[in-house]
Design a binder for this molecule. Structure first.
Ligand code: E4P
Length: 216
C-alpha cells in the first residue's frame, strides 16, 4: 500500500520524504489555509520535495472553472494531481482533465455509488473519507470494502485512496481491505512505528548491555 501524507506543512513532508515513508502528498483548501502559505508557491515547493502525485484542489464549483483551474495548477509541476469534488461538475471536469493526460483525484466521496461514477469518469484516485463517516456513526472502512469489491468486479483502474484517516487502526483496516493508498496526517504515519513493547525491549537491552561494560 502506498502512503500519502495529508498536509501542506513543508517541514513535515520533507522529514517523511527523507525517511522514505511517503509516495505522495494530499492537500485541501483547509490544509492550505492552516499552513498560512501562498497556494501555488507551497504546491511548487512540495512538488520539488516529493516526486509522487501531489494533490492540489480546485475551488470553482462549475466544471468550466474547475477545468480552467486544473489546467493552471498542472503548469506548476508534472506531478500535480488535480483534486476535484465529487459532484456532477467535478465528474465532468475529471473526464476532461484525465482526457488531457492529467492525474485527477476525486475527493469528498462518501458512498460506493459516488465511487462508481468517479471510476467511470476515469479518475486516477477516488478519495473516500472514512474518518468523517465515523464522525456521523457510519463505518468508514465498510465503504472502502464496498468500493474495493466494485472496482475489482469491473477491473476499474482507479486507485482507492483512503482519506480522512485519523488513527493507526484505520491504516491497518484499510490495508487489510486492500486500499491502494492511505493518506494520513504526519502524526499518524509516525505513530505506526510505535509499540510499547518495542520501547520496553529497547530499555531492557540497553540496561543489560550496560552491564557488559562493552562498547561497539
Ligand atoms: C484527503 O485528501 C483530505 O485532505 C483529508 O484526508 C481530510 O481529512 P479530515 O477529514 O481529517 O479533514
Amino acid at each position: 500500500m502506498k502512503f500519502f501524507v495529508d498536509t501542506a506543512e513543508v517541514k513535515d513532508i520533507r522529514e517523511l520524504q527523507d525517511m522514505g515513508l511517503i509516495d505522495g502528498v494530499t492537500t485541501n483548501p483547509s490544509l492550505i489555509a492552516k499552513s498560512g502559505r501562498n497556494f501555488k508557491e507551497v504546491i511548487a515547493e512540495i512538488c520539488a520535495i516529493c516526486p509522487g502525485p501531489i494533490s492540489a484542489e480546485v475551488v470553482s464549483l462549475d466544471a468550466d472553472g474547475m477545468i480552467r483551474e486544473g489546467r493552471d495548477l498542472r503548469k506548476i509541476a508534472s506531478n500535480v494531481t488535480v483534486k476535484v469534488p465529487l459532484t456532477l461538475d467535478g465528474l465532468k471536469a475529471c473526464k476532461t482533465l484525465t482526457g488531457e493526460g492529467a492525474m485527477v483525484n476525486v475527493t469528498l466521496c462518501f458512498s460506493a455509488n459516488q465511487a462508481l461514477l468517479a471510476a467511470k469518469a476515469g479518475a486516477t484516485f477516488i478519495s473516500p473519507f472514512i474518518g468523517r463517516l465515523d464522525d456521523i456513526h457510519q463505518d468508514g472502512t465498510e465503504l472502502i470494502a464496498e468500493i474495493r469489491q466494485i472496482y475489482d468486479n469491473y477491473a476499474y483502474e482507479t486507485e482507492i485512496l483512503a482519506a480522512s484517516i485519523r488513527t493507526p487502526l484505520h491504516v491497518k483496516q484499510v490495508a487489510l481491505i486492500g486500499a491502494d493508498v492511505a493518506t494520513c496526517p504526519p502524526a499518524v504515519i509516525k505513530a505506526l512505528a510505535k509499540h510499547p513493547l518495542t520501547d520496553k525491549g529497547i530499555e531492557q537491552f540497553m540496561a543489560d548491555w550496560k552491564k557488559t561494560g562493552q562498547t561497539i
